[in-house]
Design a protein. Structure first.
Length: 311
């Protein structure tokens, strides 16, 4: 049994108004209503919501929602998690109502990220999705919300948990200590990096259907006063053409298109020695410092050492 997509993301946020302006004026997400606690629901497709922003005194990760295809897969994975000693808790009635799912359970991963397993998301057919600004839409069908990159002290333990317990597959590694994991054809739905302290998200990636959607959002960031963290560029691993914008909560959103899809029949795991084919110039020096990592402490230190000798 395996997770099939990143179904939703829940965040605690201090500045809900600024978040709503970023989501609607720049990103093109549709407001899908409010939760009983005042949470702002954001849509990017036919689902009731993909992102929930809960009013909070602190900016924090509330939950990562991992979807399985249906009830049989849900029960099988739940049994496997419990057999493996994972502390799994059934959702309360309020939590289930908030997530708009048929069934959901909660657990914490090895790095401390609050996580949820669910099936049966609500699709309100009577309320079709409409982007909040003119654009072609988002690439979610069969792929999920997008991807998240998180920080963890022990990347290897996180890798084993997501592969062994949730059924992810390793797509590739970055030479300086990151692993990228997939649960569907999207290059990765989950990435783990040793370059910062967790539990904290480095970025959420949202993928559009057109390079024009990305370019217009880049212009709108400037017009609306949201700071660009990294310029337009293309990654070497997932081939995403994207830029990064800072959010009101201090982490980043990668806004891109043309991401790579993986064919399990032909793919082989490898290590990438460089992150970008072009672009993605860091605009904020603070971001540059946060992403630095001691090469000697990465899982691939021996490769880096050899590379330096050779050069």
């Amino acid at each position: 049994m395996a997770v099939c997509e990143l179904g939703y993301l829940g965040l605690g946020v201090r500045d809900l108004d600024a978040w709503q302006r970023l989501a609607t004026a720049v990103l093109g997400l549709q407001v899908g209503g409010r939760g009983s606690d005042g949470a702002l629901y954001l849509r990017c497709d036919e689902r009731h919501h993909r992102i929930a922003l809960h009013p909070s005194s602190a900016d924090e990760v509330r939950y990562l929602g991992w979807q399985v295809p249906g009830p049989a897969e849900f029960e099988a994975m739940l049994a496997e998690l419990r057999a493996a000693g994972v502390d799994v808790r059934d959702a309360t009635a309020d939590e289930l109502a908030s997530r708009k799912a048929v069934r959901m359970v909660r657990f914490t991963d090895p790095a401390g990220y609050p996580s949820e397993l669910f099936h049966g998301p609500l699709v309100p057919a009577s309320q079709p999705f409409h982007p909040s600004r003119p654009m072609s839409g988002f690439r979610t069908a069969g792929l999920g919300l997008g991807h998240v990159l998180v920080f963890a002290d022990d990347v290897a333990t996180m890798e084993r948990f997501y592969v062994d317990r949730l059924g992810f597959k390793v797509t590739d590694y970055a030479l300086r200590g990151s692993v990228f994991l997939r649960c569907n054809p999207r290059h990765h739905s989950f990435g783990v990096s040793a370059a910062g302290k967790g539990p904290r998200i480095n970025h959420l990636m949202i993928e559009t259907l057109s390079i024009d959607d990305v370019g217009r959002a880049l212009d709108l960031c400037e017009a609306e006063g949201f700071p660009i963290v990294a310029s337009l560029g293309r990654h070497t691993n997932d081939h995403m053409v994207s830029f990064y914008v800072d959010t009101p909560s201090g982490f980043h959103i990668e806004y891109g298109c043309m991401g790579r899809l993986i064919d399990d029949a032909t793919w082989t795991v490898h290590v990438n020695d460089w992150g970008d084919a072009w672009g993605h110039k860091r605009v904020q020096e603070q971001h540059q410092r946060a992403m630095r990592v001691d090469p000697a402490k990465t899982p691939f230190a021996h490769m880096i050492a050899k590379e330096r000798v050779a050069s």
